[in-house]
Design a protein around this ligand. Structure first.
Ligand SMILES: [Cu+2]
Length: 168
């Protein structure tokens, strides 16, 4: 019996080896092969528009982040193709973030943030300390709804989210 165990392991190893070089990815679902999904999201390649870059902003939109887990205003209307500059002021005593993203993006980041909160500033988000102001330029490309949310732990879930209605 004792000798059977190593033999079984050897057999398994041989079978495993036959599956090719990508077999060590036992933790990743077969076929997905993309541990780089995370990198995609930081690659200025977004589903909900693009960083404003050097495009001139047609207008500035002031937004206030509040400790009551609200943004003021919380509904903004823009047109597709429009570049706007958000001027985000933290009027609270807690840290807040301003993260541009569609619902899928926000949901995904809310889950990440719930665990280990370490969100580096990216082209679609700013971290705003109490009393500070940060600016972020964004070009909206597609008609539809984009969200802006705070991804401090619990804030998005608590309702710290607003809507950007992008018209054609
Ligand atoms: Cu917040």
């Amino acid at each position: 019996m004792r000798k059977l165990v190593p033999i079984l392991f050897m057999l398994l190893a041989l079978l495993g080896g036959a599956c090719g070089p990508d077999d060590p990815s036992l933790e990743a679902p077969q076929g997905s092969g993309d541990g780089n999904h995370e990198m995609d999201m930081q690659d200025d390649d977004f589903d909900f528009g693009q960083p404003g870059g050097s495009s001139p902003a047609g207008r500035e939109i002031p937004i206030s982040a509040l400790d009551g887990l609200r943004f003021d205003p919380d509904v903004i209307e823009v047109s597709s193709g429009e570049t706007v500059k958000f001027v985000v002021r933290n009027d609270g005593k807690n840290s807040h973030e301003f993260v541009i993203g569609d619902e899928a993006y926000q949901e995904e980041h809310a889950e990440e943030m719930a665990g280990d909160h370490e969100m580096n500033e990216d082209s679609n988000l700013v971290d705003v300390e109490p009393g500070k102001i940060k600016e972020i330029k964004w070009t909206f490309t597609d008609e539809g709804e984009v969200l802006f949310a705070c991804q401090e732990p619990g804030h998005y879930e608590g309702g710290m989210v607003g809507t950007i209605e992008v018209s054609s």
